[in-house]
Design a protein around this ligand. Structure first.
Ligand code: TRH
Length: 384
């Protein structure tokens, strides 16, 4: 039997949950699907607990889901054969020096973007300015010339099984504290809402009220500060439930990763943000609106447009226009377009079919973890 290859993954939690969300998901996949021996180094174990609730922050090393989770390394730690830095988080100098001595392979996993330049930069080397070691950039992306998208092998099957089983769905709703009305009103629209405070929520709520349709909006209670501004003239009708006209807001606890996926699979429309929830929404195969992480000089708006261009390449002109208007209204305060969410809701049937097709098409491509392994093989054989 072959000895498993050793990988070290480095994660710095800058803010929010995307960094650790991606690192934890990828580390588990490398261990469980590819049989690697993975250590995940995290700079802030307490912050990571939000995504890995079972984490014991008092332990500097612990094993979970086949991964060894470690506190940021001290000078004594010996690097693995392959070191995956994530989002240019920086590696400790003493660790880097040992990597040089061991001729470890060094890859940086970058942020996801649909911009054209990504394929050109994917896989490119970047020699260290002082040390004789080279880092290689690995860019996730939407086409074959990039590093692909994170997707567990069984994800699409798990989604299909869930969608086909009404009793499992009912159990899910109960487990997150939501009593679904029975019999289900045919036109009750379910929307999950995960956004940054800058999102144009005022316009969304106005359009939902205008749609004059029964709507339930699922919103993480932990973002309640923004909920005050999001739902200012709503009445509290029950604990965790707010209402205005036909729009009900159901406040949710922060869900486990598995339950967050189930929520995305169950809703008619998902508002997602950043990176990891965005990719999960793609795989859900349901209509979604993505809000990019806000960057200086409106860089995020370029990322947004690049994604819209890439995602809607096979969509009808009407659907493309609807998606563009809704996304720009949501993320670009300078460019709100009237009734854009109203139009989005009216066009959900077409969007649903399209989202499903896009998820299926993207799932035909190799996933990010598999591509990362092939890339590392090339590094080992000096073929990059
Ligand atoms: O939290 P984010 O805003 O993370 C961001 C982005 O990754 C961004 O690119 C990065 O620069 C910045 O962090 C530092 O959004 P994201 O990426 O969607 O991560 C949220 C994670 O939280 C994702 O793994 C889904 C998870 N989640 C749950 O597990 N349960 C929940 O109930 C919710 C609402 C989210």
């Amino acid at each position: 039997m072959q000895t498993p290859a050793h990988w070290d993954v480095f994660c710095k939690i800058v803010d929010n949950h995307g960094d650790i969300g991606v690192c934890w998901r990828l580390s588990q996949q490398l261990a469980s699907e590819h049989g690697l021996c993975v250590r995940l180094f995290i700079d802030d174990l307490a912050a990571a607990q939000k995504i890995i609730p079972q984490l014991n922050v008092g332990l500097s090393q612990q094993r979970m889901a086949g991964v060894t989770i470690c506190a940021w390394p001290d000078d004594k730690v010996i690097p693995a054969a392959t070191v995956l830095e994530t989002f240019a988080c920086g590696l400790p100098m003493a660790f880097l020096e040992k990597m040089v001595a061991q001729q470890a392979h060094w890859i940086n996993l970058d942020y996801l973007s649909a911009e054209d330049w990504v394929a050109d930069f994917h896989g490119k080397p970047s020699p260290h300015p002082q040390l004789p070691i080279t880092k290689h950039f690995f860019f996730p992306g939407f086409d074959l010339g990039t590093g692909g998208l994170l997707r567990e092998q069984a994800l699409i099957e798990q989604r299909s099984a869930f969608i086909q089983d009404a009793s499992v769905q009912q159990q899910f709703w109960q487990s997150i504290g939501y009593e679904q009305a029975r019999p289900k009103p045919e036109n009750n629209l379910k929307i999950s809402l995960f956004c940054y405070p800058q999102a144009n929520s005022k316009r969304l709520i106005e359009d939902l009220v205008l749609a004059d349709q029964s709507v339930t909006v699922f919103f993480p209670a932990s973002l309640l500060q923004s909920a005050d501004s999001l739902f200012p003239d709503f009445n509290k009708i029950k604990p965790h439930t707010l209402q205005k006209n036909k729009v009900t807001v159901q406040l949710l606890p922060f869900l486990s990763s598995a339950n967050y996926d189930r929520l995305l699979w169950s809703c008619d429309l998902n508002f997602v943000r950043g990176e990891d929830s965005w990719v999960r929404a793609l795989w859900a195969g349901q209509p979604f609106v993505w809000q990019p992480y806000i960057q200086d000089e409106d860089t995020h708006l370029k990322k947004l447009q690049a994604f819209l261009d890439c995602y809607s390449h096979n969509a009808s002109a009407e659907l493309t226009a609807t998606l563009t208007a809704a996304h720009h209204t949501w993320s670009n305060a300078k460019e709100p377009r009237k009734n854009s969410f109203y139009e989005l809701i009216k066009g959900l049937a077409e969007f649903r079919l399209y989202a499903e097709q896009q998820a299926d098409a993207l799932a035909q491509q190799p996933d990010l973890a598999s591509k990362l392994l092939s890339f590392n093989e090339k590094l080992i054989k000096n073929k990059v």
